[in-house]
Design a protein. Structure first.
Length: 405
């Protein structure tokens, strides 16, 4: 019998065929197992324990600063509600030997919008108005195209005014006053019914500063100092060009190739609610920490209002998918963007004015996040926030800064 012959050493052709077949099966099984173990080993090497590796972030930030376009950078990290790291890199002015530190003041640009939203919401809590009221009741300069549906304060703070995005920013940049520009918005046409689509604004959004001044009878800068900067201990924060320039250390603006821009462009200080805040990265981190409910720095009702998605933002989603494919389900709340990062709700905002960029991204539930500012007009540093998030959630390491290409 051939099965017996395989074990008795009979050397007929059939017995060798049987042995060969079994041998091949055994070898194939062993090879398959080796592939399984090898694959498992590769996956294991990629899996990380959730948690922030400051040494790695520091190394990556230092590598980033070797890019020609970078001049100065400041980074701060918050873990479990506490600021665990803050550091500056590079120079406040190229070739000046004036170092950027964690106390160097930069411009927030559009990250400023959250401060305006929180201030408006604090006044609403005191009963001065309702978010459902027409914004024009308290901001007379806000003249929009005729509509059966008035723009509410909530619409204003979530960019749901319905006109073309960044409406008349060119006039703000050309030196026109904010109220003059807002009165001219009535010349435009609606892209959608007010309250139904997201079109990002600066001049219109700054009507929130007018609302604040109308209700309080005080300058915007005084109100945010009293309600936000002072209580949070943000000692370097201000909302004017003078505030920036009187800082002990402040970053000067630079162009695309790291060339110095001779003077700070004042235009967006004319819309302080949209883009007027300055501070050190430490104070930006304090602002971020205040957005974390367990910290009880701001009323939880205000945080819920700000961080609740109000409107989908297709343009932002397209940008993120094209550039990073990481932050998904992009929405806007009140002064904050809201995303999904691998199943986690994260909150953030980016901002840019001539020669400056800033960003914040945090997980309110984990009470952890990153704040960054730099004095050149480049998007590459955005990748560091994603590397931070991958560390926070224990995800495989990815070169979001694109330094290894």
């Amino acid at each position: 019998m051939r099965p017996t012959a395989q074990f008795t050493g009979q050397q007929d052709g059939a017995s060798f065929t049987g042995v060969t077949m079994i041998s091949r099966l055994i070898i194939s099984f062993i090879i398959s197992l080796s592939f399984v173990f090898t694959a498992a080993a590769n996956v294991s090497s990629q899996v990380r324990t959730p948690g922030i590796d400051i040494q790695e972030l520091d190394k990556r930030a230092d590598q980033l600063m070797h890019q020609l376009e970078m001049v100065g950078l400041s980074v701060a990290v918050v873990e479990d509600g506490k600021m665990t790291w803050a550091k500056g890199y590079g120079e406040t002015l190229r070739n000046s030997n004036s170092p950027v530190t964690a106390d160097t003041v930069f411009r927030w640009a559009s990250v400023s919008k959250g401060v305006a939203a929180a201030t408006v919401l604090s006044l609403e809590e005191e009963g001065h108005f309702s978010l459902a009221e027409p914004a024009k009741f308290h901001a007379s300069s806000l003249e929009l195209p005729a509509s059966d549906k008035p723009i509410t304060i909530e619409d204003l703070l979530s960019h749901r005014v319905g006109i073309v995005r960044n409406a008349y920013d060119n006039r703000i940049e050309g030196g026109k006053g904010a109220k003059t520009v807002r009165r001219a918005l009535k010349e435009l046409k609606y892209l959608c019914e007010p309250g139904t689509c997201h079109t990002y604004q600066n001049a219109a959004y700054d009507a929130s500063s007018e609302i604040i001044e109308s209700v309080t009878g005080l300058p915007y800068k005084a109100v945010v100092q009293d309600r936000i900067f002072g209580p949070l201990g943000m000692d370097t924060a201000s909302t004017t060009l003078e505030g920036l320039q009187r800082s002990k250390s402040w970053a000067k603006p630079h162009g695309r190739f790291g060339n110095r821009i001779n003077r700070v462009k004042e235009t967006y200080y004319r819309v302080p609610a949209a883009a007027g805040v300055n501070s050190s990265v430490k104070d930006l981190a304090k602002w971020m920490m205040a957005q974390m409910p367990a910290e009880q720095k701001l009323p939880e009702t205000i945080l819920v209002d700000m961080q609740t998605p109000r409107i989908i933002t297709p343009r932002e989603q397209r940008f993120m998918r094209r550039k990073y494919r990481a932050l998904e389900n992009a929405h806007y709340g009140l002064g904050w963007r809201v995303y999904d990062y691998t199943g986690h709700k994260v909150i953030g905002h980016r901002g840019g004015v001539q020669g400056y960029r800033a960003l914040v991204l945090f997980d309110p539930e984990k009470r952890s996040g990153i704040a960054m500012m730099w004095n050149s007009p480049h998007s590459r540093p955005i990748g560091l926030q994603l590397e931070f998030m991958d560390q926070l959630y224990g995800l495989p390491k990815r070169d979001w800064l694109r330094l290894n290409k």
